[in-house]
Design a protein around this ligand. Sequence first.
Ligand code: 2BA
Length: 107
Amino acid sequence: MKLIFAIVHDDDALNVTNALNKGSYSVTKLCSSGGFLKSGNTTMLIGTEDDEVDKVLSIIQKNSRSRKQHMQTHNTGALIGGMAGGIEVTVGGATVFITAVDRMEKY
Ligand code: 2BA
């Protein structure tokens, strides 16, 4: 069994959870925020059998997309990263970690 941690852009979170539920996958959503942009994202925990992992990843991939996001800096007078007062970063639709699970119990 595997536990998938998927950090999903907030704008894609609803589509990803709906698609996972449609595929009968259980999802736990945690409100989270990125350490760099300090803006909200959604961390999803999905416990699933090994042979289902690729299907889950495919659903996440199909329902999330990367986008450019502007990060305001306080150093408004200087040119940082080529833009005055801020930088533009590409934020992924989803960052996914897959870990092995020794055992799972439900009571
Ligand atoms: P944030 O930490 O807010 O990062 C947002 C985006 O800013 C990142 O997009 C990346 O393009 C850029 N970025 C992050 N740290 C940077 C740095 N030190 N210098 C320059 N640019 C930086 P993604 O890589 O797609 O990450 C989206 C979100 O996924 C992250 O939000 C974070 O919450 C999570 N994440 C990504 N990689 C992670 C990792 N290795 N471990 C834990 N969480 C991760």
